[in-house]
Every structure is written in C-alpha cells, then in structure tokens.
Design a protein around this ligand. Structure first.
Ligand SMILES: [Zn+2]
Ligand SMILES: [Zn+2]
Length: 323
C-alpha cells in the first residue's frame, strides 16, 4: 500500500471521530440553551415555529372572543388549540395563563394539565402565577375521583409558587398550608395520632413546616434553609395561633392534647403561655387576660412580689433569685 494512501485514510478516520465528538458536544450545548427543543412541534415550519404560534394565538383570541359560555365541547376545542400553540412555542406564558383559566370550570383536569406544564417549563421559572393557578385549580375544582393525587400535586404547585414569589404574595403560603392540612386530614393520622378536625390538621401541618425549616421539638430556632419553599414566614406566630385554635376547637380532646404536648416546647420557648387558652401573659400576671384562668406567676420579687425589671428589685432592693 502506498504511504500517502495510509496517511489519507488515517486523516479521514481521525476527522470522523473528531467530527462526531464535536457534533454530540454541540448537541449538548444546544439543549442547554434551548431546553424546550424536544417539546417543539416536528411540523416542517423551517424554524418559523414562533411565527406560527403567534398566528395561532391571534386566531385563538379571535375564537375565544366568540365563545359565550365554555362547556365541555368548547373546553375540548380550546385545549386542542392550546396544544397546537404550545407545540410551536412552549414558552408563550400568556397561553398558559389565559388558556388554563378559560377551561378551569368546564374541564379542570385539562386546565390543571396546561398550568402544570407551564409551571414545569424551566424557561418560565420566574412566574409564580402559573404554579399558583395550577395549585388553585387542583385544590378547588379537580375532584378526588378525577385525580386521587390532586392534593399532593396542588401542594407541590403551591410550594413551587411560594418559592418563586418570596414574600410578595402571602396568600400563597396560606393556600399551601391549607392544602397540606387537607392532605393530613384525608390521611387521618399524623405521627400515629388520629387527626380530629381542620384546626388539628393545620396545627400538625405547621409543626411539620417548623421541623422542615430546621426547627426541632426542643425549641431550637430553625436555621434558614437554602430552599425558600421550606421557609414559612412568621412560622412561630402561626404555630402559636394554630395551637390556640386547635385547643379552642375541642379543649379536652386527647388527640389534640397529644399534639399540643409536642408543640408546646417550641411555642413557649421565649414566652409564658396560659395553660388554658395558650395566650401569652406578662411578668407578674396572676390571671390570664384572655380567659381569666389562674396562671403561674413569674419574674416577681420573692420578698415584696413586685415585678422584677433588672438585677435588683426596684421596690425593696432585694437581690435574691427571682421566681
Ligand atoms: Zn387563658
Ligand atoms: Zn422586692
């Protein structure tokens, strides 16, 4: 064999190997930049998918304007049109928002599907409205018969919305907690304690969230976790309120009392609470200002019973240990 031929073949083989390596590298780069590539329509539009979706969206608005009342048939048509639009432009945020909302009553399952797809689109991760709407539809309109997993999905969606919204939309947190409580009530048990009512379920929910945020039963303050979905604002105040409501809902219920026993260390860590209604009371108080029950007096001078304000009793000068 001629030497030049060997060189030629060698060069060609190396070129093919390098070329295929480069191709797979570029493919990877491309899918990083265009995360929705696999979701795009395969219709031969020569790259004009975005333009096609704009036209389809205009036609959609035109169609939607002529629909008086969205019933099952209209919802089906709207859903199909939305699928076509989103196949050409999966990042069209308004299509998820308006389309999902239009069919939320007539076909909540399809509506939730649209919203969840938008919520899980990485290019739309700055939107908290889409996951919030998904959670709302799953929680309010979808039934357990239609989707037994609806409350779990709703909770996940609200959690996603909460992590995106930060402090700007406090009602997302409320929605999240309520949905979580519904799940606990549906399950019927929490830490092997039977859950008796909504107030009880909400208390269990908040205690779970407290622990998720890094808190422990010994009352250790929660560390700020990196995941904002696990940081419920004012968790301690919410926990106390839930404890009060649960106690008031059924004061002698042993299951509620068993849950309260776990929660008390946390909520009474830096304050004294009335044993009857769990309202905080001040140094020197003998009775609860909320329910009139007798409370254990604290921080008073053992000699003259004046409230201690510092190291010494300001009334009699006593320096003994205070109660
Ligand atoms: Zn009280
Ligand atoms: Zn004194």
């Amino acid at each position: 064999m001629k030497k030049s031929l060997v060189v030629h073949i060698t060069v060609m083989v190396i070129a093919v190997v390098l070329g295929s390596g480069l191709a797979s590298y570029l493919m990877m780069q491309q899918s990083e930049i265009s995360v929705n590539r696999d979701k795009l329509s395969k219709a031969p539009l020569g790259g004009f998918n975005k333009f096609a979706s704009d036209v389809q969206w205009m036609l959609f608005i035109n169609y939607a304007g002529g629909v008086d009342c969205v019933e099952k048939a209209e919802a089906e048509e709207i859903y199909n049109r939305l699928n076509d639009i989103l196949a050409n432009d999966p990042d069209l945020e308004i299509a998820y928002n308006i389309g999902g909302m239009m069919i939320s009553n007539a076909d909540p399952v399809k509506s939730a599907d649209i919203f969840m797809r938008g919520a899980n689109n990485p290019n739309l991760k700055s939107s908290w409205q889409i996951p919030f709407s998904a959670g709302f539809v799953l929680d309010r309109y979808v039934t357990d018969q239609q989707d037994p997993e609806r409350l779990k999905k709703a909770e996940d969606m609200f959690r996603l919305a909460a992590s995106r919204a930060g402090d700007s939309a406090p009602y997302i947190t409320s929605a999240l907690l309520k949905t979580r409580a519904k799940r606990i009530l549906q399950r019927g048990k929490w830490n092997s304690i039977p859950v008796v009512n909504e107030e009880h379920a909400l208390l269990c929910t908040l205690f779970d969230e407290w622990r998720k945020g890094g808190g422990s039963e010994d009352g250790v303050n929660p560390q700020q976790t990196t995941d904002p979905a696990n940081n419920i604002p004012d968790i301690k105040a919410r926990l106390l309120k839930a404890a009060q409501d649960a106690k008031a809902s059924d004061p002698a219920n042993k299951n509620i009392l068993a849950t309260l026993a776990k929660v008390m260390k946390v909520v009474s860590e830096d304050q004294h609470l009335c044993g009857n209604c769990l309202t905080p009371y001040s140094a020197g108080d003998k009775f609860c200002s909320q329910c009139g029950a007798k409370v254990a007096v604290y921080s008073v001078c053992p000699k003259c019973n004046a409230v201690i304000k510092g190291k010494f009793c300001s009334q009699c000068g006593n320096t003994d240990k205070v109660k």
